[in-house]
Write a protein that binds this ligand. Sequence first.
Ligand code: AMP
Ligand code: MG
Length: 347
Amino acid sequence: MKTRIISVHPKKPDRKKIEKAAAVLRKGGIVGFPTETVYGLGAGIFSSSAIKKLFKAKGRPNDNPLIVHIASKKQLKALVTEVPPVAVKLMKKFWPGPLTLILYKSDLVPSSITAGLKTVAVRMPAHPVARALIRQANMPVAAPSANRSGKPSPTDAGHVLDDLNHRVDCILDGGASIVGLESTVLDLTSKPYMVLRPGAITVKEIRKIIGTVKVYPSRRGTGRQLDRVKSPGMKYRHYAPKARLFLWEGRPNRIRTVAQRNAASLLRQKQKVALVTTDLSYCVSGIQNVLMGSTAAEVGRNLYLVLRMLDREKTDVILAVGFEEKKVGLAVMNRLRKAADRYSVLL
Ligand code: AMP
Ligand code: MG
């Protein structure tokens, strides 16, 4: 399959260009498109062949449900059994934007979208290109991130092409994603309400609107894990670069010592090593040091971009210093812990 790339203005996309991609969706094709979080891979939710194509293109396991994207609040009603008052409040405050709500699904939503669950995840993206595409396609669009399953999410059209060239019908290129991390996923069918995945809309902001909210814990390593791992790359990881990723959290001085020692030992083994941090004081001489930005938002925007860049440069090992879990920092650490998996270490 030849993948067609259509460049559009990120803020004022040309209707005729969007129409080409919308027509692909209507015919049961799949389309990569920009959202403010990351690039999505869209398929019309009522086309079972398009949904199959989407799972296949990503190599995504069938038991992982998809988020349904809509262009107006009106579209939500048909997808769910009920829109509870808390959802109305949240939509008023955060839609369009990077917040996904989980509600009980209506019979209209195919079970292939929800992996057989009684609930459905729905989001109204803020990106003008995403909104125009969904509006012109005139249907709700299932859109997981437009990467091969397990890899870092794509934050520009080039990343989508790197992963999915010849696997998707078309990519709308509307520039880089501003948030750079996937949406906050909030389950409104559990009591108390639960944030399943942190994102740019913070738990604090959500609590301000609806009161008590729990956060599903993301995994954290223990000090001994680093030594116990014998067989790198054996286990399924999420958001993961090809390079081995060591994530260190805990006491700054301990991290500094361990970073120096590990970098030296890896260099002796002729490994290409990079360290990522926001703080100059962690940098190690003799290796590549990447400063991720000075605010949580910048780190969020840069995270996947940097992981993909280091892979392109054939980095063998990435040493990551844990970031502050303030604001979007919670989401950054959630993704990093998953990406680092067994190499996530508390010092
Ligand atoms: P992505 O691949 O980035 O679109 O990820 C979608 C996320 O939403 C995954 O973590 C899914 O497991 C989650 N998700 C989608 N639908 C549901 C649902 N009905 N209940 C719980 N989680 C869901
Ligand atoms: Mg994804």
